[in-house]
Design a binder for this molecule. Structure first.
Ligand SMILES: Nc1ncnc2c1ncn2[C@@H]1O[C@H](COP(=O)(O)OP(=O)(O)OP(=O)(O)O)[C@@H](O)[C@H]1O
Length: 339
């Protein structure tokens, strides 16, 4: 028999009051190792308070938190926090320390060898697009907001904690920087195996980064589930209304070509198309539209922009145009609404 995996986090019946008001009310969830949970909800709904209960920056009035099977009350708060990465919007870099010194703070406190810290710091800065030769000896005020944010992320990652908590980590950035840094963040090898809890009030961001979303309102869990479940199987009106304004954009980012295969008719194969015109069925509808819009850069004449979809279980490729794609998308949505 496979032994049960100890959850990375088990939060049970967490509650917190401030000045007689319930800010977090009876919240429970479990997170598997490697999973990313996004805490989402309107301003003031208790996301930050809930996050800070996980590393004891806030003590709950009632309820318990276990991190990798250990009740957090049994660790000293400072010790617990050194083992959990924490990234906040106001990056909190030390102004009189260089970039490298800021990144090395926690490993120094943990007593790691200076040479090991230096190597690791350089490796992380390079991976976060801050070449150490240029940035290691700069001071925070010499960096842009986005660069400071990356130093904050490097600092949280340097001691290689298995769990990272992030509170609006991209909140202070302009929308364009925010989108590109988010993409880098998602593709960062370093984060692939980490368990993460991320607070945001940005719905698109939540859908882009979450394995599961915990949607809160007035301190209470409204729904906990995958982006797909929240979008297509909302459990109440609050959840439905919360996503209504951005529904189409979210549907395009949540459904994948795999979901549309039953509605796509295999087309004729065109031998003039090279491999560059083949996209996998794992891409989202949004990505497929972007690929089709860029198809004129490929070998196909603009008036017959076609892209082939290939998956392990599709023997013959399916040719795709914007109109066949949107037709299939419409049918898939109707089917999901009915079921
Ligand atoms: N230390 C505190 N003392 C008193 N009230 C507090 C304290 N911390 C938070 N609150 C209150 O608790 C409620 C929830 O705050 P919290 O910061 O957890 O919400 P949030 O969902 O993270 O909000 P935002 O998205 O605006 O950051 C708010 O009404 C806030 O004013």
């Amino acid at each position: 028999m496979v032994p049960p995996v100890t959850p990375a986090i088990r939060a049970q019946h967490l509650s917190k009051h401030y000045d007689g008001h319930a800010v977090v009310q009876d919240v429970s969830f479990e997170l598997a190792p490697g999973e990313t949970l996004v805490l989402l909800g309107p301003s003031g709904c208790g996301k930050t308070t809930l996050l800070r209960m996980l590393n004891r920056l806030v003590e709950p009035d009632s309820g318990t938190v276990e991190v990798f099977g250990q009740d957090v009350r049994h660790s000293r708060p400072e010790q617990l926090r050194r083992g959990i990465g924490y990234v906040i919007q106001q990056v909190g870099l030390l102004p009189h320390y260089t970039v490298a010194e800021n990144v090395g703070v926690v490993p120094r406190l943990l007593g790691h060898e200076p040479a090991v810290i230096a190597t690791r710091t350089e490796e992380l800065l390079s991976r976060l697009h801050l070449p150490p030769a240029r940035y290691a000896n700069q001071y925070p005020h010499q960096l842009s907001g986005g660069q400071q944010q990356r130093v904050g992320l490097a600092r949280a990652l340097v001691a290689d904690p298995p769990l990272i908590l992030l509170d609006e980590p991209f909140g202070a950035l302009d929308p364009i920087t925010r989108t590109s840094i988010r993409r880098e963040f998602r593709e960062l090898e370093e984060l692939r195996r980490k368990t993460m809890v991320l607070v945001t009030h940005d719905v698109q961001e939540a859908f882009e980064l979450a394995d599961r979303i915990l949607l809160l309102d007035a301190g209470q869990v409204q729904q906990l589930g995958t982006p797909h479940e929240l979008l297509f199987s909302p459990v109440n009106d609050f959840v439905r209304r919360f996503f209504a304004a951005e529904q189409l954009a979210l549907q395009l980012r949540t459904l994948r070509l795999t979901d549309l295969l039953p509605y796509l008719v295999p087309g004729s194969t065109n031998s003039s198309l090279s491999n560059r015109n083949i996209i996998p069925t794992t891409v989202t509808i949004q990505e497929a539209i972007e690929a089709l819009s860029n198809a004129s850069e490929l070998t196909i004449p603009a008036e017959e922009q076609v892209i082939f979809v290939r998956s392990a279980d599709t023997v013959s490729p399916i040719s795709l145009t914007i109109s066949s794609l949107m037709g299939a998308f419409g049918q898939a949505i109707q089917h999901l609404r009915r079921s």
